[in-house]
Design a protein around this ligand. Structure first.
Ligand code: NAD
Length: 478
């Protein structure tokens, strides 16, 4: 359509704009929503087994299109291993919800405490769910909420990030091979304006992205009285107690911070270490951090990829400069490097930091580890909780019980004990986002599907219904 804007897409390994999308305008989004909405009642009416086998057919179709999908994800993110894992994860996500769905969607008849009354809770899917996703895990985060919503009987309209949109073309080819799913799962491409239009056209919105955008989405959803499930940013702390083994703790902190070049919401972004082990921990951390290699020039070598989003490199640079200006010391990394046109940064360990610095307050979204010593556990807990965010956190200690005793006090929705960032590997436990890290029902655990169902109570009177005589004044006479 003539009014659709073209958006350039940058390749993070070359720095070149080598792809384009047409941003869907209001009418295109409305038409996509209407098409999905029309097909949803028939989808919801299918027995659950049928819906689940359609999802299985789709997983098979996706695996037939794996090469094209991988190529697109690699071009958008500059990383091979993580892209491959994103594709492999799709089958696992469908299998997990297929296992859970029968129990979650059961509608048993229940007796009640009121004589003669029984009831059934009818689970009515929200007709059209919208999903808006960020650029850091393009495929995973575009489908993470879509899959349980589809299993629940909803139709889903997804708007992926304009920074990493290439996977939509090969994924749509796979989708076209499964017409039953194609009818109820759609994609619209575009930037924030397309996102605004999507929120205007759906019955619930799942948003994954920054706090600033999440707030706008939450306000727009509130205006329309539709649920908004907001999965936002983090500034995850790790507390390393004196009983932790320094070398192992340093290795864990490093992995949990630099995985995906730190471009993960659950990355460890602040480390508080008991003063007794601060020096050995720091020495081990710097040694291990220096061994981490960029996956450049060979994408199949090294550990970490480029910075995907050009503007993120600027945020990281400014935060580091501000910290150094405030007296911080950078022990390794610290520079945005240019290789082949892409922007990269090596794992960066920083000390001499305090909570007045943006590096300790704002999301960095890079492989940067600021480390601070603490003297008492109370101080460590206070420092960890001194943040606007509350996504997740971690505690390392000599024993799990000791780690848990501290983890209970951390103001975050998920706390990894004797590891970091476990929410990237484990989805069974429900967790809420605390503070500005989000709003709405848990994406993980049973609530991850239940939040797409409205409850209609079907209340059965098994006796004779009361008549007006039951209200006769004489019955209440003293
Ligand atoms: P972003 O907020 O800039 O964009 C996210 C999405 O929102 C994009 O698709 C964008 O086009 C769209 N958008 C922009 N303006 C909009 C508007 N007004 N209405 C509707 N949609 C709009 O975030 P980003 O930079 O793409 O992603 C990085 C952020 O995502 C980080 O803060 C990270 O922590 C967060 N994140 C959170 C989780 C989680 O599960 N909590 C997971 C991954 C990433």
């Amino acid at each position: 359509m003539s009014h659709e804007r073209l958006l350039d897409v940058r390749n993070p390994r070359t720095g070149e704009n080598d792809y384009r999308i047409a941003a869907a305008g209001d009418e295109t989004v409305a038409a996509a929503a209407q098409r999905l909405r029309a097909a949803q009642p028939a989808w919801a009416a299918r027995p659950l087994d049928e819906r689940l086998s359609v999802l299985d057919e789709w997983v098979a179709a996706v695996s037939r299109h794996r090469e094209g999908l991988l190529e697109a994800l690699v071009a958008d993110t500059g990383r091979h291993f993580v892209s491959s894992a994103e594709i492999a994860g799709l089958g696992g996500t469908v299998a997990r919800w297929s296992r859970l769905a029968p129990e979650l969607l059961a509608e048993p008849l229940r007796s009640s405490a009121v004589p003669g009354i029984s009831y059934r809770t009818r689970l009515v899917p929200i007709p059209l769910v919208g999903a808006i996703s960020p650029w850091n895990f393009p495929l995973t985060l575009s489908l993470i909420d879509a899959i349980p919503a589809l299993a629940a009987g909803c139709a889903v309209l997804v708007k992926p990030s304009e920074v990493t949109p290439r996977f939509v073309a090969p994924l749509s080819e796979a989708l076209a091979e499964v017409p039953a799913l194609d009818a109820v799962l759609g994609f619209v491409q575009g930037d924030g304006a397309t996102g605004v239009a999507l929120v205007d056209n759906v019955d619930a919105v799942c948003f994954t992205g920054s706090v600033a955008t999440g707030r706008k989405v939450g306000v727009a959803a509130a205006e329309r009285f539709i649920p908004a499930f907001l999965e936002l940013g983090g500034k995850d702390p790790m507390v390393v107690l004196a009983s932790a083994e320094p070398k192992q703790a340093a290795a864990t902190a490093l992995r949990a911070s630099v995985t995906a070049t730190g471009q993960a919401c659950q990355s460890i972004e602040r480390v508080y270490v008991a003063r007794e082990i601060f020096e050995p921990f720091l020495a081990e951390l710097v040694t291990a951090a220096r061994r981490v290699e960029l996956n450049w020039p060979d994408i199949h070598e090294g550990h970490i990829g480029p910075l995907i989003f050009e503007r993120q490199a600027q945020i990281i640079r400014v935060q580091l400069e501000d910290a150094v200006a405030g007296g911080a010391t950078v022990h390794c990394g610290g520079e945005i490097e240019t290789h082949g046109g892409g922007l990269w940064i090596r794992p960066t360990v920083v000390t001499g930091v305090d909570h007045g610095m943006a590096l300790m307050r704002e999301e960095t979204f890079g492989p940067v580890l600021p480390v601070m010593p603490f003297d008492t556990v109370e101080e460590a807990v206070a420092l960890a909780n001194d943040t606007e965010f509350g996504l997740s956190a971690a505690v390392l200690a000599g024993s799990l019980d000791e780690a848990e005793a501290v983890g209970r006090h951390l103001e975050a929705g998920a706390v990894s004990l004797n590891d970091g960032a476990l929410t990237s590997r484990f989805y069974e436990a429900e967790k809420d986002s605390f503070k500005y890290s989000g709003l709405g029902g848990s994406r993980m655990g049973p609530a991850g599907l239940r939040r797409f169902l409205r409850r209609r109570a079907l209340i059965r009177q098994e006796n004779e219904p009361a008549t007006i005589e039951a209200l006769a004044e004489r019955l209440g006479r003293p």
